[in-house]
Design a protein around this ligand. Structure first.
Ligand SMILES: NC(=O)c1ccc[n+]([C@@H]2O[C@H](COP(=O)([O-])OP(=O)(O)OC[C@H]3O[C@@H](n4cnc5c(N)ncnc54)[C@H](O)[C@@H]3O)[C@@H](O)[C@H]2O)c1
Length: 343
């Protein structure tokens, strides 16, 4: 059992609140926000005490702090928290630049605390099955690894909070929405060496950012891939991850395995094909249309990592590679040239 504190009580905090509430391995001590009234309504729903950010960081009855502030406001709170000896789970992307991300990694190492990133889709059962099949060599050589995210967000979404329409503060389909699926490709087939991307605004002329990306990826292992990410495509359909290898193909749609076919059929394949049959939508049509249980698994993984003194499953070091790939997409989209991923 570990005790948690939350910084940033906006949209995603509900998933953390619910996940901690449902877990018997985590307890909520308190929550903070630059707008105290948001922390107040959060604790009314999920328990604990509302307090200032400084108080939350300095309390000695909190083991882990979840940093849930907008994308460009992670580093300051992560660094303060690790310096105070807290383990930290920071929402994705870890930050907006590699320099800030490196600083968070260095500070956490210096403080000898755990730093994990909330890329909860890696805990999805379908992704775990695909990853196991890759690691056990069932695909043979990976030839293609693709992500298709055809989502929709109405204009109001971008005006909900000021940072949501500001590229420098972390808005945009690559860094904000497709980031999870770029991360899954990195996790399954990465690292990525080079990208060639086209970024466009197809349906949200009121905001100055990309709502659509199409990118060609060259993986270090020789595989190729496509990322198609958009919030312009009404009404939004579930994401697809497609892995094609020499010896087999797996396709996940939302949380479901919709294709699972290998040259060597195995007894477990029948049950793998049933993964996700009862699942609901995964954020295709709205920012809060997904379940909290992947957050719960990720939070419980952090508890286990602390108790057994191991790394959390999603370290900031591994999320840094995903950020580097996302930043290379912006570079390529802006320059019109292929971009090398900085690692
Ligand atoms: N893992 C996921 O599936 C998922 C889903 C949604 C959002 N997120 C991530 O969670 C983080 C928060 O997103 P959100 O949608 O909850 O945002 P939000 O704007 O709804 O909430 C952010 C909260 O942080 C507070 N805050 C604290 N310090 C701040 C500061 N310095 N500047 C501005 N606001 C500050 C705001 O008052 C607000 O209550 C982002 O990094 C986002 O990418 C992750």
């Amino acid at each position: 059992m570990k005790r948690f504190g939350i910084i940033g009580c906006g949209l995603v905090s509900d998933f953390h609140g619910k996940a901690i509430q449902m877990s018997d391995k985590a307890e909520l001590v308190g929550a903070a926000d630059i707008k105290l009234e948001r922390a107040q309504s959060f604790v009314e729903k999920y328990g604990g005490k509302a307090m200032s950010i400084d108080e939350l960081i300095s309390r000695d009855d909190i083991d882990v702090i979840n940093v849930l502030t907008p994308n460009a406001y992670h580093e300051e709170y992560v660094v303060k928290a690790v310096r105070a000896g807290k383990h930290v789970l920071v929402e994705k992307p870890p930050e907006m630049t590699l320099e800030k991300t490196d600083n968070m990694i260095a500070e956490a190492e210096k403080a000898e605390v755990k730093l994990g990133v909330v890329l909860q889709c890696r805990f999805r059962k379908a992704i775990e099955a695909i990853k196991d099949a890759i690691d056990s060599g069932r695909f043979g050589r990976i030839i293609h690894a693709d992500a298709y995210m055809k989502w929709y967000r109405p204009t109001e979404y971008y005006f909900r909070d000021s940072w949501r329409s500001s590229r420098s503060q972390g808005a945009g389909v690559i860094i904000q929405h497709a980031f999870h699926y770029i991360d899954l490709l990195h996790h399954l087939a990465g690292p990525v060496d080079k990208v060639f991307a086209r970024i466009q605004n197809l349906a949200h002329p009121e905001v100055e950012l990309e709502d659509t990306v199409i990118a060609i990826l060259d993986y270090a292992n020789g595989a190729q891939g496509l990322v198609q990410g958009s919030t312009a495509l009404y009404p939004g359909t579930d994401i697809r991850i497609e892995i094609n290898g020499q010896n087999g193909t797996a396709i996940m749609m939302g949380e479901k395995i919709i294709t699972w076919k290998f040259k060597d059929e195995r007894p477990e394949d029948e049950s793998i094909r049933k993964i996700g049959v009862d699942a609901a939508m995964t954020a295709a049509t709205g920012a809060a249309d997904f379940g909290y249980y992947e957050h719960q698994w990720l939070i419980e993984d952090m508890v286990d990592a602390i108790e057994n003194d191991r790394d959390p499953r999603i370290t900031c070091v591994s999320a840094r590679d995903t950020l580097a790939t996302a930043l290379a997409m912006y570079e390529s989209g802006d320059t019109g040239k292929e971009a090398k991923v900085k690692r």
